[in-house]
Design a protein around this ligand. Structure first.
Ligand SMILES: [Zn+2]
Length: 145
């Protein structure tokens, strides 16, 4: 059973927590920087992209971390029953695709879309076409099941 977990963002100057559902980054709870003194100190946002429709994203403010966390969990518990596994898979695929592209660039390789023929060689040695690219990334270079 998946539950929500939090990880502190060590690179953020203001306190910031990334919220995960299993392996999927589903939102953020953070101290709001540069807000007037009489405004709520904490902000939260719940949702992920790709996978969700823009109108499914939720966000709010609270005076305390505990308050923000409670509102976040309420929003998430409302959202979760409406999500299909496809939404999470869309997010996972995007992560895998981005990592794959960075590795191709790091290794100085061209993407199929950058070749006139539409065919290129992956860093794993496979020959890949534009049409077969998504399937190759999903099968060979992601944790998707
Ligand atoms: Zn490959």
């Amino acid at each position: 059973m998946n539950t929500l977990t939090r990880r502190r963002d060590k690179d953020s100057r203001e306190e910031c927590w990334h919220v995960f559902y299993g392996d999927v980054h589903v939102g953020t709870i953070n101290i709001r920087a540069g807000v007037p003194r009489d405004s709520p100190r904490w902000g939260w946002s719940c949702g992920f992209y790709p996978g969700l429709e823009p109108n499914q994203h939720r966000a709010g403010e609270a005076e305390t971390f505990e308050g923000a966390r409670a509102e976040f969990e309420k929003a998430w518990n409302d959202l979760l029953p409406r999500l299909s596994e496809t939404a999470f898979q869309e997010w996972r695929f995007k992560q895998a695709e981005t990592a794959w592209k960075h590795r191709m660039w790091d290794e100085g390789l061209k993407l199929p879309t950058q070749e006139r023929s539409g065919i290129a060689k992956c860093f794993c040695g496979a020959v890949i076409s534009i049409a077969g690219l998504d399937a190759h990334i999903a099968e060979a270079h992601s944790d998707m099941r």
